[in-house]
Write a protein that binds this ligand. Structure first.
Ligand SMILES: Nc1nc2c(ncn2[C@@H]2O[C@H](COP(=O)(O)OP(=O)(O)OP(=O)(O)O)[C@@H](O)[C@H]2O)c(=O)[nH]1
Ligand SMILES: [Mg+2]
Length: 553
């Protein structure tokens, strides 16, 4: 099992240090120690408990109890210890800090209460794994200064709720505050902090999620202010957690790990502040030295990951070059997350890409061949969806994947027209695209999910006036019109070529007819002279034959 770097750096550290590390956001998952098995095998962290005697992976029994097996093969149920380990705990880590109770002593009633919220079972199956849904409380800030925001604070919080749900959390409440600028210490004002603290107690909240990226200092101060066992995280950490859960391929895992480590690096400090305080007068104590060591370890890991990613990307590039030898135009589907891109790819190509009503179902690009009724073909690529306030670390990490779309002949912007915030989603996709240097690629907008729109007839009329194709990727409506529109659009991206194709390259000539528009052909002594409009990959393939024509002119 791979250890979380935030945990892995801790062996040898003391109980109190681990307690604090536990409250920080784990490298690999937002809630690893409570309900996933992403803990190093020799470390079991639960509440304020550090147990080194448990070996093997741990199974969660309830939010308050974990079971495991000791090195002697004895089964244990570990329950949350009382208050922080204190100075004593600094010296001793391990079994001393753990309350051990036989399995039968687990208070079943309390356990059951914790397992349900409003009658819902908090154990849910996500991506084939059973996870325990923590209770989350959402917090947003509407800044008067930021007028360029596309989403209102209510809308943004609603989306944050969807993200939390996708990550497997139970949202039990939310609040927001209007400020001229966020408070540099706690992001929100002190009155709001107290209000949230009350809500935490009233609603039994376990995680507080902020809608914007918090600075390491703000995170630390908020955790301190909320006290106890409350985990504080931000939108970026939440999205990183979803990406981490979703990453299915080696490249996606590497990209997400890298983004998580880069997010973690400046935030490492907060694990050690408690220790520094405990150390009292001992300035330059263990905590201070340790943080440098930890940062160095993390930087080394980041370096290793970057190298590994470079290798993976080289393979992808080679694959792309090979694909270019298939002279078909590439059409890329882009759009807001959950717009229906994968559903469209699946319907058109019979592919089996995961498409579900969750955010960020797709992380890796998939390319499939589409054969149109008129016999012409193109390649269709499905890409990762966009979202407003996309974390910069993620944009950077996925830039290479998104670069795929820079090589497309046409970009199809898939819009969920049934969504109440369709226009805002369109604008934020356009914003991300403007950062990706794809302005020169012909673009086409398609309105999806018309079947779900409140007034499909009005939508269709509007689309017709704007020259936009309406489809229902789910039901397959309008796909013929869609393919036709793509073909028309592809013409914009075709390159005009004149080439002399030798007679022994007959297959190239038929490819030109198949994917391009032929204007004129003439049979001459050395081959077939052809003037046509062809997709860029084919134009590249024809380079030597085009040069021959150029030399004779
Ligand atoms: N009613 C209706 N639902 C649709 C349509 N197209 C897609 N959906 C649903 O919308 C949800 C999201 O579809 P996906 O294809 O996963 O969306 P996506 O754009 O690939 O999403 P990400 O991969 O997260 O970016 C799924 O539940 C689909 O069944 C449609 O035309 N009509
Ligand atoms: Mg998808």
């Amino acid at each position: 099992m791979r250890a979380c770097s935030a945990c892995a750096i801790l062996p040898g550290a003391t109980a109190a240090a681990v307690t604090i590390a536990r409250r920080s956001i784990c490298q690999w998952s937002l809630r690893p120690r409570r309900n996933s098995l992403n803990v190093p095998s020799s470390w079991a962290l639960r509440g304020k408990v550090v147990c080194r005697v448990l070996k093997e992976e741990l199974e969660v029994e309830s939010s308050g109890y974990r079971s495991g097996v000791t090195e002697e093969g004895e089964e244990l149920v570990v329950k949350e210890a009382g208050e922080a380990a204190g100075d004593d705990g600094l010296e001793k880590a391990g079994l001393d800090d753990v309350s051990v109770s036989p399995r039968s002593e687990v208070p079943v009633e309390k356990e059951r209460k914790k397992e349900e919220v409003d009658g819902h079972d908090r154990y849910q199956v996500r991506n084939g794994k059973e996870v325990f849904a923590e209770k989350a409380y959402l917090v947003g800030v509407e800044c008067k200064s930021s007028e360029d925001k596309l989403f209102s604070i209510e809308e943004s919080l609603k989306e944050l709720g969807q993200l939390a749900d996708t990550a497997g959390l139970f949202v039990v409440g939310s609040t927001y505050q209007k400020l001229s600028t966020p408070n540099p210490r706690t992001y929100i004002g002190s009155g709001k902090v107290s209000e949230i603290r009350s809500a935490i107690h009233a609603l039994d909240v376990e995680t507080v999620i902020f809608d914007d990226e918090l600075s390491p200092g703000q995170l630390r101060n908020l955790e301190k202010a909320f006290g106890g066992d409350i985990r504080v995280c931000d939108r970026t950490a939440l999205i990183l957690d979803i990406f981490n859960q979703r990453a299915a391929t080696h490249e996606a895992s590497l990209q997400v790990s890298l983004a998580q480590m880069e997010y973690q690096l400046p935030r490492l400090t907060r694990m050690w502040t408690h220790l520094e305080r405990q150390a009292g007068g001992r300035v330059k104590g263990m905590g201070e030295k340790q943080i440098e060591v930890d940062k160095r370890i993390l930087r080394t890991q980041i370096g290793v990951l970057k190298k590994e990613l470079d290798t993976v990307r080289l393979h992808r590039k080679q694959y792309r070059t090979r694909r270019l030898s298939v002279p078909l135009p590439v059409v890329s589907l882009v759009g807001y997350t959950n717009a229906g891109k994968s559903t469209l790819l699946n319907h058109l190509t019979g592919a089996n890409v995961l498409a579900e009503d969750q955010l960020f179902a797709t992380l890796d690009p998939t390319t499939r061949r589409v054969l149109m009724k008129n016999g012409k073909e193109f390649l269709l690529t499905d890409t990762v969806g966009f979202i407003q306030k996309l974390p910069t670390t993620l944009v950077a990490a996925f830039r290479a994947t998104l670069e795929e779309i820079a090589e497309s002949s046409v970009l199809v912007h898939v819009v969920d027209i049934s969504h109440p915030l369709a226009q805002q989603q369109i604008d934020s996709v356009n914003r991300v695209l403007s950062e990706l240097d794809v302005a020169s690629i012909p673009r086409m907008v398609v309105w999806n999910k018309v079947d779900k729109a409140p007034d499909p007839h009005r939508i269709r009329r509007e689309a017709e006036q704007l020259g936009i194709v309406c489809i229902s990727a789910l039901h397959g409506d309008g796909l013929e019109d869609f393919c036709h529109a793509i073909q028309e659009k592809l013409k914009d991206s075709l390159v005009r070529v004149e080439a002399l194709v030798p007679y022994d390259k007959g297959e190239l000539l038929s490819t030109i007819h198949q994917v391009g528009i032929v204007e004129e052909t003439e049979y001459v002594e050395n081959g077939t002279w052809v003037r046509a409009h062809v997709p860029l990959p084919l134009a590249r393939l024809l380079t030597p034959m085009r040069q021959q024509v150029a030399m004779t002119q």
